[in-house]
Design a protein around this ligand. Sequence first.
Ligand SMILES: Cc1cc2nc3c(=O)[nH]c(=O)nc-3n(C[C@H](O)[C@H](O)[C@H](O)COP(=O)(O)OP(=O)(O)OC[C@H]3O[C@@H](n4cnc5c(N)ncnc54)[C@H](O)[C@@H]3O)c2cc1C
Length: 299
Amino acid sequence: MNPLNRLVVRTLPLVPKAVVRRIASRYVAGETLEEALALVRSLNAEGCKATLDVLGEDVTRPDETEATVIEYERALADIAARGLDSNISVKLTALGLKLDPAHCRLQFARIVEAAKAHGIFVRIDMEDSPVTEETIRIFFEFLEVYDRVGIVLQAYLRRSAEDARRIAAVGGNVRVCKGIYVEPPAIAFQDREEIRKSYIELVDLLLSSGSHVGIATHDPLLVERALGVIGRLRLPREAYEFQMLLGVAGTLRRRLVADGRRLRVYVPYGDAWYAYSVRRLKENPAIAGHVVKGLFRPS
Ligand SMILES: Cc1cc2nc3c(=O)[nH]c(=O)nc-3n(C[C@H](O)[C@H](O)[C@H](O)COP(=O)(O)OP(=O)(O)OC[C@H]3O[C@@H](n4cnc5c(N)ncnc54)[C@H](O)[C@@H]3O)c2cc1C
């Protein structure tokens, strides 16, 4: 990261919220379900699928999870009623995983039940390493209840190859991503090339065993390598999909769609937009430019 961007990242908390909101509008669909569904409709019209994510950070009391469950139930009903091509992604910590795993299971069961009633796929997002094991356990438990529940594996975690083998054994649906949290070297690869190598090995292992894979990356090199694996295995287009975050790598996204590949865009929305946007901005190499533009562009 160049020195200017590093400085902007460090001073992001000082940037007025209104400016962050303006820049964030690229990464977040809005605060309401209505805004998110309108965006899903326009993505569908461009030939992209979507996954809706109700933004929520860690909860501090079990009763705070109620609003998230209700929002997912509403989202599922509206996706179905409007015939949109979208599934949902859920963070178990927003359902209380770190506070009370039993409560989290009860809340997740309500979301899964609603998804099942509408025939919609549910992806469990993967969070930081203290919850990896429990998240995978919950995935296996709910797969028994509904076969359209999927999981995420992070290529930076050293354990992921072993997890991929366990999940492939039951034909699980897996999103593979690099991983976004800061994890120590004892459990996670740190080197960019090592993470890429792990990423493509996971994609290869899962696709070779017949698992459906969500190839979630904006890294053009990984997209090329994944296409190489897909070509070698002669896979039909339904066997995998590419996945990207809203507002990132538009050119690569359009190229894949034009090439007839399935592509799903991750569409976050909700009133917890601020923390999410700051995270996205911190990973964006062109961050300083965006912040400066946001400061000077009239709202
Ligand atoms: C659909 C989807 C779901 C995800 N789910 C999870 C999850 O459940 N758990 C988890 O830990 N992580 C998740 N991630 C995040 C992921 O782990 C990575 O942190 C993130 O995708 C960046 O890695 P990359 O593969 O795109 O490669 P990078 O090398 O980080 O990025 C490749 C290129 O993409 C562009 N780029 C990347 N990020 C941005 C940005 N914010 N703004 C503008 N350009 C950017 C840059 O040009 C960069 O050079 C998800 C990512 C996607 C796409």
